[in-house]
Design a binder for this molecule. Structure first.
Ligand SMILES: [Fe+2]
Ligand SMILES: [Fe+2]
Length: 215
């Protein structure tokens, strides 16, 4: 992690003890029943989680190749690709321990719904901002879900397993917000971020609670 992100990360971790600031601005906590359902289908959760990590790595590669002129973005996201792929490998190893195969990718209702809110006819800067904020939002919600697993599972090993992911994703959330603010003025970022948080809240209210999905 480069210096800027590291600094933000440590500042963030300082305040993480306050219950992750209600999880990084998210306006609706996950339904408490979710972790109980997930505990019953942990094998399914692992497969879904593996694909979340794969998509995170793939998206970061894509962001790099689509924004080669953005030096800070290239520099900061290159190590995140490695980190996300490392997460993918950790989940694969966990599946293997359980004698499970990766299995097929599931439909990602949460992310597909988020994409609907993108400004498709917006300016290149508006589209870029939305890409950064979608990533920040997915990282924040993933962080929140990993926190629920790290606190709510009976198995101490798995609680610790998810705690590591929770900490990483909190750092990624910060990085995407930092990148947004580096390339777009802060006020614009703040206004659009508030719109995204509101949209995500409504989306979470409507989505079915499923114990076989991270989101
Ligand atoms: Fe990750
Ligand atoms: Fe991440």
């Amino acid at each position: 992690m480069a210096i800027v992100a590291r600094l933000f990360y440590f500042c963030l971790m300082e305040s993480l003890s306050e219950d992750i600031k209600n999880i990084l601005g998210l306006q609706l906590p996950s339904d408490p029943r979710w972790v109980n359902l997930a505990a019953l289908q942990l094998d399914e959760i692992l497969t879904d989680h593996a694909y979340c990590e794969q998509k995170a790595a793939t998206t970061c590669i894509s962001l790099i190749t689509k924004n080669p002129d953005k030096e800070l973005l290239v520099e900061e996201l290159a190590p995140i690709v490695t980190e996300e792929w490392g997460h993918f490998r950790m989940v694969i190893a966990e599946l293997k321990k359980r004698d499970l195969k990766l299995g097929k990718q599931r439909k990602d209702v949460y992310v597909n719904n988020l994409l609907q809110f993108q400004k498709k006819d917006g300016s290149p800067q508006e589209r870029f901002l939305d890409q950064m904020l979608i990533m920040a939002l997915i990282e924040a919600r993933s962080c929140e879900r990993f926190k629920r697993l790290s606190e709510g599972l009976d198995d101490a090993y798995m609680r610790n397993f998810y705690r590591k992911f929770m900490e990483s994703e909190a750092g990624h959330y910060t990085l995407f917000i930092t990148l947004a603010e580096h390339y777009v003025d802060k006020k614009t970022v703040r206004i659009r971020w508030a719109e995204w948080l509101k949209y995500e809240k409504e989306l979470m209210k409507e989505m079915e609670i499923r114990g076989d999905r991270i989101h």
